[in-house]
Every structure is written in C-alpha cells, then in structure tokens.
Design a protein around this ligand. Structure first.
Ligand SMILES: [Zn+2]
Length: 145
C-alpha cells in the first residue's frame, strides 16, 4: 500500500479557511489524493490529520489558532513517493515506419496501456518510463526484488 499523499498547499489553504480543528480535519479528509512529481510538495494525509488531532488534544478549549496549525503543517516533511515499477510485455505485433524501422507494440504490465518502440537486442529503446502511468520500467527479473 502506498501512502495517501495530498498537496501541502491544498492543506494550508483548507486550514486557513477552517473555523475549528474538527472543520480543518474534515476539509483535509476531503482533499483529493495526489501522485506528486518529485518537484511537488506533498505531505501524508495521515500525518496532517494526526498533527491537527494532537493539537486538539493539547489545546482543548483553546480557540482555533490557524497560524499555529499552519506552522505545524508547514513543518511536516515532504513525502516523495517511491516510483512504481513495471515492465514491458512484448507482443509480436509491429509495423514499419516511414524510415523502414520496425516498431513493436508493447503492453505496460501495470496499466495495460499500449506503447510502440523500436527494439535493439530484444529490448525496447527509449522506454524507461511508461508514458501513461509513469511507472519506471525495469527488466522483469528486477521487479521481483
Ligand atoms: Zn503504464
């Protein structure tokens, strides 16, 4: 199971519009999950909610202090998901392009989408990442480790 990630900006935005801690937690639970690229700032939904829940326990009776909540949320670590891996399933189908090259049809093991690549030494060329699901493509024997 991969972690449930949400955009930190969206969390900060939701909290700055909240009127109390329960409201803030509700808004965070409704935020869409993201599948961030490495440069994007995503945090764990679980971490965001437990941060706020802890504050509720510590500060029972206090008025909702958005600044304090926001500060804690800004301090949460950025989470970069481990890229998924998959492999290309070769088919026997191919066509010949304008340059006379053989272009083979491959199927992504993860999302089952079709891609077309030239082959060299029985390997697809230029196919390190699935253009559809962004899986990193490895040799089948690598993905077992
Ligand atoms: Zn794919």
């Amino acid at each position: 199971m991969s972690e449930d990630l949400i955009s930190r900006d969206a969390v900060l935005d939701a909290c700055s519009q909240s009127y109390d801690i329960l409201d803030a937690m509700g808004r965070i639970e409704e935020l869409p999950s993201v599948n961030p690229k490495p440069c994007e700032d995503a945090i764990s939904r679980q971490a965001a909610i437990s941060t706020i829940r802890e504050m509720e326990e510590w500060h029972t009776g206090d008025a909702f202090n958005a600044d304090r909540v926001l500060k804690h949320l800004r301090d949460l670590p950025t989470v970069t998901p481990q890229p998924k891996t998959g492999h290309w399933i070769q088919t026997n189908e191919f066509f010949i392009n304008q340059d006379g090259q053989f272009i083979y049809k491959f199927i992504c093991s993860e999302c089952k989408s079709l891609s077309y690549f030239r082959k060299s030494n029985k390997k697809a060329i230029g196919a390190n990442v699935c253009p559809n699901c962004r899986c990193r493509m490895v040799e089948p024997q690598e993905s077992e480790g």
